[in-house]
Each structure stands twice: as C-alpha cells, then as structure tokens.
Write a protein that binds this ligand. Structure first.
Ligand SMILES: [Zn+2]
Length: 290
C-alpha cells in the first residue's frame, strides 16, 4: 500500500529555493531519500499508516514540513554568515552598526534630535576636524598603496578599480565616523564628573582612534582580493630567508574564489616596496572553491 506524503513532498520544490544553489541538488536528494524511507517503513508496518492514524498523521506531516523549512532556512543563514565573513559588505555593515550604536547612545543622552545635532556639530567643528584632517593627510602620504593591477569590468555595475576605490573611501569615512563617535560616548561619564575638562581626554582619544583607525583601514585594504574585495586566505610560506640575495621570501595568500594570489615579501626594499598581485584566470576557480 502506498502511503501518501503529499504535503511535505509538494513543499520540497518551493522550499528548496531557500537552499544555496551549490547545495540544492544534494539537499533535495537527501530529503527524497528520507521520504522514501518513511513511505516504505509505513508499508512494512501498516499500523503506522497515516490513513489510519488520522490526527497523528496530520501532526507528522506538519512536523516534517516544519523540519523541511527549518533545515532550508538554517542552510541559507549559514551560507549568508559564511559569505559575509571577510567580505567588503560585511566589513562596512559592522562599521556602520558600531557607528549607529554610538550615535544612538549619544541621542538618548542628548534627549532630542535638536540637542543631538547641536552636540555633534559642536564637537565636530570644535576639535575633531583639527585631528581628522591632518590624520587623514598623514595616513595617505606615509602609506604606499599597492598598485592596482586588476581593472576588469564583469557583469557588475562598476569596474574592479571603481569598486576598490569606492570601498576604500566608504571604509575610511566610516572609520573616521566611528573614531569621532566612540570617544564621545566613552567620555560621557567623565564629562558628567569633571565637566568641560573631559574635552582634553576626548581629544587624546580622537587622536588615537583616528591614527590607528586609518592605519587599519589602509592595511586591511592591502589584504583584500583586487577583484571581489574579500579578505585573502590560505597563507603559504614561500622561499628561504637565507636566499634573499637572488630570490625573495615571504607569504603567499589566495582569494577563496580563485581570482588571484597576493605575494607579501618578508623584507621590503627599494626593489620590492609593495606586495605583488598575481592574477589567475577562471580555470583555477574550481580548485580554490573546492
Ligand atoms: Zn577574489
């Protein structure tokens, strides 16, 4: 006797759209095997047949449907989490979230939008601008950016060069915003205790946050793939330090999507003052993604 598992089997195709494409076929096969097992177990033991089970049969169908959806949603969330890790969007979202959190605390303490606007403008023009502008000029002038070799225009809206520069600009802007807002929030208890003298502590914190933040933003950019802007992975040691005279030694990092390799020399000199980007063609993609 064939026991129908209509509800969950009908749901399999639409729910499978939730599963990431790379895992969808395996996921569907696994659930089809599960349904086959259930159907044949019921055939071997007619006492467990759904037709005879009535309300229990409906509960079992609903339970299976819930399991089906929960499994697909978990796989999608896990995939989103893995995709966001090390990605450019993930980096910007984290920075923006911290900025919003600090701004929210400042807004609650200020009590109204008008007071909040007054406090922000007062601190911005009263001290932060005199720290941020020299800090930005010094960071860009003293750090030699790696020349960008990748300038491909794929299906995306902007070329790799535009995406690279846009991401760097937004990341530095958010880093500056966080460097401005976090010291303000950190100095709130101090301001309540000693009043305007807390301005000096705030100034020192701005100096530290802006210097370290901009340095981090530039170093972080150098560790990213020039095409997809993800953080490079799989560090591999190359060369021997004792043979530096005619060769180089250092670390090689790879893009997880196989777009290229980043070779970072252990000792930089006039002959090699920046990291080398080695572009890979599409045939390497399967090796890295596997
Ligand atoms: Zn890449």
């Amino acid at each position: 006797m064939r026991v129908p598992l209509a509800l969950e089997e009908r749901m399999l195709a639409p729910v499978s759209r939730l599963v990431p494409a790379v895992r969808r076929a395996d996921w569907v096969r696994e659930w089809q095997a599960e349904f086959w097992q259930l159907r044949h177990a019921a055939e071997r033991d007619p006492g467990r047949s759904r037709k005879g089970a009535g309300r229990n049969g409906l509960c079992e169908a609903l339970s299976l449907s819930y399991g089906l959806i929960a499994d697909a949603v978990w796989l999608r969330m896990d995939w989103l989490q893995l995709s966001a890790r090390g990605s450019a969007a993930g980096c910007l979202v984290v920075l923006a979230a911290y900025c919003l959190l600090c701004a929210g605390v400042e807004l609650v303490v200020a009590g109204s939008w008008r007071a909040f606007e007054r406090v922000i403008w007062g601190h911005l023009s009263g001290g932060f601008v005199f720290v941020a502008v020299p800090g930005l000029i010094a960071a860009l002038a003293t750090y030699p950016l790696r020349p960008l070799r990748c300038d491909e225009r794929d299906a995306k809206l902007f070329s790799a060069r535009v995406r690279w520069n846009l991401f760097l600009a937004v990341k530095m802007a958010l880093t500056l915003a966080l460097g401005f807002l976090f010291p303000m929030v950190a100095c709130l208890p101090l301001r309540a205790a000693i009043g305007a003298r807390a301005d000096w502590v705030e100034l020192l914190l701005w100096l530290g946050m802006v210097s370290l933040g901009l340095r981090w933003a530039l170093l972080n950019q150098e560790q990213r793939c020039q095409r997809c802007l993800r953080m490079m992975k799989q560090p591999t040691r190359l060369g021997l330090a004792s043979r530096n005279f005619l060769e180089w030694s250092g670390t090689e990092l790879a893009c997880a999507d196989g777009h290229g390799l980043l070779q970072v020399a252990e000792m930089t000199g006039s002959w090699c003052w920046y990291d080398l980007w080695v572009k890979l063609d599409g045939s390497y993609r399967e090796i890295f993604t596997a």
